[in-house]
Design a protein around this ligand. Sequence first.
Ligand code: GTP
Ligand code: MG
Length: 339
Amino acid sequence: MPQKEKEKEKPRHQVYTDISELPGVGPATAEKLREIGFSTIEALATATVAELEAAGISERKAEELIRLARESIEISWVTAKDLIRLRSGIRRLTTGSKALDALIGGGIETQAITEFFGEFGSGKSQMCHQLAVNVQLPVERGGLDGAALYIDTENTFRTERIEQMAKYLGLEPDKVLERIIYAEAYNSDHQILLLERADKVIKENNVKLIVVDSLTAHFRSEYIGREMLAERQQKLNKHMHRLLRLARAFNAAAVVTNQVMARPDEFFAPMAVAPVGGHVVGHTSHTRLFIRKTAGKNFRIVRLVSSPYLPEGEVLIKITENGIEDVEEEEREEYGRKR
Ligand code: GTP
Ligand code: MG
């Protein structure tokens, strides 16, 4: 083979498939990295020097390891033209409602955090269940042909509901349940830890959806009062960035739910409630959807409140035994008359 062609074949950088292959990483360092949640090259590529230093790795070594991991998966400065290629890697997951998919630009996107916020019983957890099933659908049917990772903080995950939704879509319920990797988070520290240790399980199971239901409930009940607000926001911020980094590293969709609290002021007249978590949650969630109950018992209004590039708007969906569905034209008319 001529020399030139040989060079073309060579990858630009050394590619590592496991952290233990990195130069200078012996069993002790590998163990340390795993302990702090960097057991894959993908996750290590998103680490900061300070994070590794906190685990007793020297600054120089930390810089070197992060650099090698980044080169291995080729995260670095890119030109705007490359951005088109990278972004084209973004995929979309169907919500089960075509109207809602259209509102958010074709479905829930990977490499970003989508937040559903609303009152109790508005359907946030139902949406999470539905997405955990839908992610397993083949791409032609709006899925991502992957598994779901489900962090449940309020013990509201129901396997029966998953079975019901799976059957309706013609999927085998047992298989669907096998591809939902579940953990209940007992408190906010546990919730944080679960996500910090998630990279390996995500990689090994081809996880394409990470659900945190609810993102804020533990934080809200544990950090009470003004004195604790700063600490709560800092932890929440870190937790969300971790989630975002996992979504980016593995091209997965991240979906979180959030309760609402009464607004102290009436500034935003049409919305007398506001999502918990303030600016931290707001700025890290790329797409925020406000879901609310209506007079028609199965109907819900989903409003796109914030998106990096789409206009605000709202659609009507319904929650039935089958799951999340579009509202048919006739039903819509009936609903309109009742209002
Ligand atoms: P919190 O977690 O309490 O804040 O509420 P949430 O927003 O997570 O509400 P959730 O998703 O649990 O919604 C519960 C509602 O979904 C119920 O009150 C029902 O209206 C609806 N729902 C749940 N299961 C079914 C079902 O099998 N059939 C129908 N028609 N509706 C259902
Ligand atoms: Mg819920």
